[in-house]
Design a protein around this ligand. Sequence first.
Ligand code: SP5
Ligand code: ZN
Length: 338
Amino acid sequence: MKIIYSTDHVLHEPGLEFNSGQMMEIPEVSERITEIYYFLKKEKKIQVEFVDMKSFNDSWILEVHSTDYYEFLQTPQDDLVINVPCVFPKPGLDHFGTNDPVANLGRYFFDTGVPLWEESFPAIKSAIDCSLTGAELLTKGDRYCYALIRPPGHHAASNYGGGYCYLNNAAVAANYLSKKSKVTVLDIDFHHGNGTQQIFYETSKVQYVSLHASPQWAYPYYSGYRDEIGKGEGKGYNLNFPLVEDIRPKEYLKVLDDACKAIISYRPDYLVLSAGYDIIFGDPAGYFNIKPEIFRKIGSKIASLDLPVLIIQEGGYDPSENIRCVKNLIDALEKNDE
Ligand code: SP5
Ligand code: ZN
């Protein structure tokens, strides 16, 4: 399996987010993926090959994200900007210039978990380039590629970000792959990927299938319900599997089985896996009681789909648990791919 990794992600290390009414340490830190990187480098039992990212044209981003949102992300920030506007722009309450920094935070972010500082943008762009590098490798015949990236992407919609996500890495890669093929995005992060859902809601070219904590009790609260099934041409191509808090591993795998049946009947050419490890017990941002061993079963199930897979790293906020998840996932995929 090829692992696409760039050290540029360390440029984005804001340290803080505004959460639950106060400034708090942000769990989205560089150790989340540097520790996976060092583990894979030294672990001889896991066969991986490291590949550098290529730089791709902005047009791949602009097919998914609006120009004004993308320009906003590139606006130089003087200092760390934690998103805490006091007034949120709304229709009729929108008499401000497009460069007003505080107004833009309210306009372009849906929560206060997307701190930006002057060096964030090159990190955000590197996650996209790693994802596109992996997508291109699949089109050239690679079976499995892993974009080991941060910041994550699945909460980022076409025209706004949130939940530690700025640009939607999985969506940009899936859109790239969908030019000549049918693509499924399977999202197993603890949280619903509201951004990926929004981006592909009205198309049948990309199927979005997500297992996540029910929005009745978990972030992002306002999307991820079962009755969100897509719209227009996309109707029937968006599938949400909201889960209860005390779900057992067996039940989780049964739901994954149902999700895979829906994938098989769609008959995609590629699978993009939004891999979040925040479903593991003790995660600082997730609240399931599941052990890292489950990734062995998840990996075998995905291998049984018999598709080229691009793995995109999403959440997972306990660096040492992330290592266990990645190890099990890669092991299971490689062993079952005969
Ligand atoms: C990619 C990803 O995993 N993003 C997760 C972002 C989760 N942010 C959670 C913010 C939770 C706010 N909690 C309010 C609790 C009120 N007491
Ligand atoms: Zn998550």
